[in-house]
Design a protein around this ligand. Structure first.
Ligand SMILES: *Cc1c(COP(=O)(O)O)cnc(C)c1O
Length: 298
């Protein structure tokens, strides 16, 4: 399916001078360059879902997310290109549409706003029942694209990850992308997930059951660099993003990738790595979310 091409993806070198060259390589896989709307990992989590929905003659893709969910917009965009209708169940009521939700509407997504309680407690069968009368043949994708096709699709990212890298670092939300990548990379490559929320290591229990037994090793979550919680930030993080941009000419996003790169920098400074280690950081995209801090960047 050629909704999106991957021709733009490159690996960039990150300047390690500020870390006194304490690692052999610090590179970044630029999935942010995949597409301006369906950026980064979101395309990978959706692509096999879309194929499955098309092959099985589903008419409507339904998914879930908050008002700033990159997954919601990505679903709206890909559904439309695939000839499917889309419905987004939004967690919480909003007085004003967020830019993300406005983008969803512009891509033809129908939004249904529900209370946080309903969102958190209702199961898929309940949603299906509720929506079935209103929309044609529903295909429900869980929040964050966290299903088997999402994990398999994320595994396709491994095609860019060569054997030379000893460590692979990425940010985690649902852990779906990390799961797909861990399952498809060499067992001795160490996969490091950086949680952008408080106490993010709870995700271990969501990830481990979906790893093939021989791959359930050499992976670890870090949750020290949440900057106050999901979506929270401070001037130190902004300064870091600006410095990173001026040094490497790579924009980071305020929610996920900035916190990961900050954490990697701290780990390097703390001698977590060997001088021979080669680290590949994955830029999972999300740059459209920077609109909330636009005036502060670069
Ligand atoms: C959604 C998102 C993630 C989290 O991906 P998961 O597969 O849910 O862990 C990471 N980075 C960015 C930029 C994202 O938009």
């Amino acid at each position: 399916m050629d909704i999106i091409h991957e021709n733009n993806v490159v690996i960039s070198h990150i300047d390690t001078e500020q870390y006194q060259h304490k690692v052999a390589a610090l590179d970044m896989l630029r999935l942010d360059l995949v597409h301006p709307v369906v950026s980064g990992n979101k395309w990978y989590k959706l692509r096999l879902n879309v194929l499955y929905a098309q092959d099985n003659n589903f008419k409507t893709m339904v998914t879930f997310g908050g008002g700033y969910s990159n997954h919601l917009v990505a679903t709206a965009y890909t559904a439309r290109r695939a000839g499917l209708a889309s419905v987004g169940i939004v967690r919480g009521k909003y007085d004003h549409l967020t830019p993300t939700l406005q983008d969803c509407i512009n891509e033809g997504m129908e939004l249904i706003f529900v209370t946080k309680e309903d969102y958190d407690t209702q199961t898929h069968p309940e949603w299906e029942q509720r929506l079935a009368a209103q929309f044609d043949e529903l295909y429900i994708i869980p929040e964050g694209g966290a299903n088997e096709w999402g994990r398999k699709g994320a595994g396709l990212i491994s095609r860019f990850i060569t054997e030379e890298y000893t460590h692979i670092a990425l940010s985690v939300g649902s852990g779906t992308t990390l799961t797909g990548i861990r399952n498809k990379t060499n067992t001795d490559q160490i996969v490091m997930g950086f949680a952008p929320m408080k106490q993010g290591t709870y995700l271990t229990d969501h990830i481990a059951p979906h790893l093939t037994p021989e791959k359930n090793t050499n992976w670890q979550l870090f949750d020290n660099w949440h900057f106050g919680g999901f979506g929270k930030w401070n001037s130190e993080l902004i300064d870091f993003m600006n410095h990173f941009y001026h040094t490497n000419h790579i924009p980071l996003d305020i929610i996920y990738t900035s916190k990961m790169m900050y954490g990697i920098g701290q780990l390097i400074a703390q001698n977590h790595f060997n001088i021979t280690d080669k680290i590949l950081c994955i830029h999972t995209g999300g740059l459209q979310g920077n609109i909330s801090v636009k005036g502060l960047l670069y």
